[in-house]
Design a protein around this ligand. Sequence first.
Ligand SMILES: Cc1ncc(COP(=O)(O)O)c(C=O)c1O
Length: 421
Amino acid sequence: MPTTDRADLRSLRNAFVRPGPDDAVELRAFTHGLMPKRVPDMLQRFAEDWSQRGVDAWNAVPNHWQPDTPQPDDVGWWTLPMFLGDAFIAPLLGAPHGTCVMQPHVHWTMQCLLSAPEVIGRGSEVVLVDSAFPSVRHSVHRWQALNGLEPSVATRPESGHVAVERVIDRMGAHTAMVVLSHVGFTTGQRIPDRALRAVADAAHANDALFVIDGYHSACTFPIDVAALGADVYMGGLLKEGCGSSGNGFVYLREGLDLTPRLTGWFGNAEPFAFHDTPSPHPDVRRRFLGGTTAVASLYHAVEGVRLLLDAGLDTVHAHTQRLSQIVVDRAGEAPFSMRSPRHADERSALLVLEVPDAYQLCEYLKTRRIYTDSRKNRFIRMAPFVWNTAPEVHHALDVLTDAIESKAYRSFTPEPGGPVT
Ligand SMILES: Cc1ncc(COP(=O)(O)O)c(C=O)c1O
């Protein structure tokens, strides 16, 4: 690794608050990223803008998000979702100016899509896979009674990895929309760009929209939404984006004219005219706004994104790949196996390992200050990320291996926890 890369990574690592003590290994970037050190300052800025400007903050606030650039004239609470979309989300996705907007969460974006006549009119089915996140899958099921679109669900082979051919096989003239995760939350499988492009081409040949859920991909490697053929690319900054909750986003391809019925007065063409009937805002992305925007979370939304973009998404990707390769290499001899794909171009930061009694093991690891999570009492998930180092990953795997081999964790009774595992 060149020395400058190492120095950049060290300063990136130090830009986050790492919970102590020093030997703690935080591997849960895939569920809630660490807090960037600048966040308390940004929350203070919100309090100052509110207390000093009051209502006028809706029109204008200082550009806290880009302190080193000249003040643009479009930074105020009213326009913040579009401003942050242009300044921070577009560079993450390789998207043009004017195509990205902040959203409360993926769930909301899905409701907007499923309520748009331009989606409903394209066919009678939504193609998705059985491992789609509930914000996608449940939404399609729930809307079926209202919009008539049936879910057409591609099942996965025994490996648990999405087979793109099965998704393409389900498409036809009846397909209205296809939704796929760029990186799956149950396996960490990254669908390679060429495979996503094949899905996009098949969708477009059937006049269907191609929607990518990029929750675990945005912020972990560079993305080019146009090359992928995405009509819509949605996600959030809670996880690897280190922006905490309330900070989703969506990219809408230029020229994609959607009029979600689940829109609000913030998506109206003339919100302060208070006309009797609504008319959609000419800027399509604004139609994905609802009622009054929750602005407080937008203050800390992009502090992680800024750090990752400054370091370079190529650097971030190379580092996480180096760390995840350690896990893949050791899985050959260790008492755990990889649920995630082993090939570098089919995995991202998130890794899923198959282990015995995963829940108890994960809780035991916490007592040894190794932080992962467990699913279905069968899998442990971890995402070595920018604040982790190779010695940390080796240490975590040593403790994990030792716990399984010695069966030490089997006699351990976890404290009753909350609903979040
Ligand atoms: C693939 C994927 N999509 C979406 C979400 C979150 O959805 P929402 O923003 O609706 O909470 C997650 C959260 O874990 C996820 O893993």
